[in-house]
Write a protein that binds this ligand. Structure first.
Ligand SMILES: NC(=O)c1ccc[n+]([C@@H]2O[C@H](COP(=O)([O-])OP(=O)(O)OC[C@H]3O[C@@H](n4cnc5c(N)ncnc54)[C@H](O)[C@@H]3O)[C@@H](O)[C@H]2O)c1
Length: 321
């Protein structure tokens, strides 16, 4: 069915609520000097997976600057050791653990837990961040599907299964931050296995948050959704590639995430220099309304709905001005 323009007036009863704090955010506004937070606090322990590169690397550095002891895990041992040296220069001996780990291997994840708990007896901030993106197609590349799910889904599940129980038994509050993706929410065509893995991360993190809420609430879960960030994943590992103007640096994304997590937010949807938060919200609402309005799957990319979608964005953006 071809939609006429007249049908576009009430595209959806759902209008996004624009969070003015997020809309007006600039990385330089980050309030990281606040040392009153019980979890992101000097002397406590951060563990970051996928810390040899990109977002995980930047998170390790920012948490170290705040005085947390930092444990880093990654499959890339060479790069991980280099990050370990940077952390040592900030934190000094005794405050850094470098633990080569493949998160898709449960035995290695259990060994990681033993190493961190034997050394420091707790984990305050757990960043479950390791991830891969390799090409996939819906009825081809079965190996890619398996690899992506082994790391992006089972890697996160292995870490949750191993760490959440001891974190809940600690005296002090703690948080687990799972790294998802906008691709797991709006599902853009092009890499179905990656999208599906990140949709699973959204689902399992929402479930985790609910289950944790049934307890004391001392451990919280957060879904960290980076925007376009200049890292190994977006440059196919080319660390010398210049940052495109539309992307944020890994440090900008991490500063935004840490700032939002300190406010206790569950969904941490990061902007970048290309996509305003309001546009992200409209895309998410449009995607959800495919279901409630009975439109074809991924109608945002369907030729019959192109003009309707564009009008929806135009009208909603105009209502902001
Ligand atoms: N960069 C972006 O624009 C973007 C956007 C949305 C989500 N993300 C997510 O952010 C997370 C971090 O990625 P990044 O962008 O920093 O890319 P990156 O490639 O720079 O970092 C990912 C790290 O994960 C490590 N890793 C891969 N497989 C692993 C395994 N089995 N066990 C342990 N470590 C492993 C890699 O060695 C690498 O150091 C990923 O989950 C990614 O999906 C990134």
């Amino acid at each position: 069915m071809v939609m006429s323009n007249s049908a576009s007036r009430n595209v959806s009863p759902h209008r996004p609520h624009f969070n003015s704090l997020v809309s007006s955010y600039r990385p330089e506004d980050a309030s990281l000097d606040n040392d009153m937070h019980p979890v992101i606090h000097a002397g406590r322990v951060a563990l970051i997976t996928g810390a040899a590169s990109g977002i995980g690397h930047a998170a390790a550095l920012e948490l170290a600057k705040l005085g947390l002891k930092v444990a880093i895990a990654d499959v890339d041992e060479t790069k991980l050791n280099a990050v370990g040296k940077e952390l040592l220069a900030i934190l000094g001996e005794g405050n850094v653990l470098v633990v080569p780990t493949d998160v898709s291997n449960i035995d290695q994840v259990v060994a990681l837990k033993d190493t961190v708990y034997d050394a420091w007896g707790e984990v305050a901030v757990l960043m479950n961040n390791a991830g891969i993106m390799i090409p996939s197609a819906s009825w081809k590349e079965l190996d890619a599907w398996k690899k992506i799910f082994d790391v992006n889904v089972m890697g996160l599940v292995n870490v949750q299964q191993t760490f959440v129980a001891p974190m809940r038994h600690q005296e002090n509050p703690a948080m687990i931050i799972n790294t998802g993706s906008k691709q797991g929410i709006t599902n853009p065509p092009g890499n179905p296995a990656y999208n599906a893995s990140k949709a699973a991360v959204k689902s399992l993190t929402e479930g985790l948050a609910w289950e944790l809420r049934q307890g004391t609430g001392d451990v919280t879960a957060h879904l960290f959704v980076p925007g376009w960030t200049h890292t190994g994943i977006t440059t196919s590992g080319n660390s010398l590639a210049p940052k495109p103007p539309g992307a944020w640096s890994a440090q900008e994304t991490v500063l935004f995430m840490l700032d939002r997590v300190r406010f206790g937010e569950f969904y941490i949807l990061c902007p970048d220099n290309e996509t305003r938060p309001e546009i992200d919200h409209l895309r998410i609402m449009w995607n959800a309304a495919d279901v409630t309005e009975g439109r074809p799957a991924l109608s945002r990319w369907h030729p019959n709905y192109k003009s309707l979608y564009e009008e929806y964005v135009r009208e909603n953006m105009a209502s902001l001005d």
